[in-house]
Design a protein around this ligand. Structure first.
Ligand SMILES: Nc1ncnc2c1ncn2[C@@H]1O[C@H](COP(=O)(O)OP(=O)(O)OP(=O)(O)O)[C@@H](O)[C@H]1O
Length: 242
């Protein structure tokens, strides 16, 4: 199912997003390629979720461009990139049917979809819950299902918006381990979190945002040991930013 040619890099060029008179994101330029994990960090209201939504095509830039490798402003077809939200968005169907629905949208025929759905249920330890209504699953199980659904369609790029903020440590760990499955399949990850310990565990690269602007774009190890901006240093010390 992996689409060719590659969708990546995803490139944002001087992207701005305005609501009324307020610029929520301004002058944002970066690109994502390869298979690494890029963490979007920054204080509340910095513009992280808006940036993810601009990347995923849920919002359109007021200025600047969001382009994929093919040079198209709009991503071509479902399944090529996927997004997992803080609160999982699931259909009123069984766990397995949620997977089948996504696979059908991604263009798989019934037999292939069934095989892939069962593989996803197995990989994400959801097989015993396959026929349970998705909406009665626990929060951690629902998030695992949302991630299994994203994995099933083999995206080239996965967006995650604070995927573990409502989860206990064990469920958080399960989600972090699940991200290894994406790496093994060659999926790049762009993710937000407020959990700095998690960011240190997961990040290859950090994009640090403050007040809608990208202040740092650095390899993770360098960012955490030697932040270049006053704002990032204060954020890492746990101080409130003005
Ligand atoms: N549709 C909207 N209309 C008006 N303002 C919005 C809209 N969406 C977001 N905002 C505002 O834009 C700013 C950035 O929001 P965003 O959700 O991207 O921040 P964030 O960095 O993800 O914050 P948090 O860590 O708190 O989730 C916030 O001040 C928010 O109130």
């Amino acid at each position: 199912m992996r689409a060719t040619p590659s969708l990546l890099p995803l490139a944002l060029d001087r992207v701005g997003f305005r609501v009324g008179g307020d610029w929520l994101v301004r002058d944002m330029s970066f690109s994502v390629a390869g298979t690494g994990r890029t963490l979007l960090l920054g204080p509340n209201g910095a513009g992280k979720s808006v940036t993810l939504r601009l990347c995923h095509g849920l919002l359109s830039p007021t200025e600047g461009t969001v382009r994929w490798a093919a040079g198209q402003p709009c991503p071509p077809g479902p399944g090529r990139h996927a997004m997992v939200f803080q609160k999982p968005v699931l259909l009123r169907r069984s766990a397995r049917e949620n997977l089948l629905h996504a696979l059908s949208l991604a263009g798989l025929h019934a037999q292939a979809a069934g095989e892939r759905a069962d593989m996803a249920l197995e990989r994400f330890q959801l097989a015993p819950l396959a026929h349970r209504p998705a909406r009665v699953l626990s929060g951690g199980e629902q998030q695992r299902l949302a991630i299994a659904r994203a994995w099933a369609v083999q995206p080239q790029l996965l967006f995650l918006d604070e995927p573990t903020s409502h989860l206990d440590p064990a469920s958080t760990r399960a989600i972090e381990l699940a991200l290894d499955l994406f790496r093994a399949e060659g999926t790049a990850v762009l993710m937000t979190t407020h959990d700095l310990a998690q960011a240190r565990r997961l990040a290859d690269r950090v994009l640090f945002l403050h007040r809608g602007r990208l202040l740092e774009d650095r390899p993770a190890a360098a960012f955490f040991t030697d932040p270049h901006t006053r704002e990032a240093a204060a954020y890492l010390r746990g101080e409130l930013l003005d």
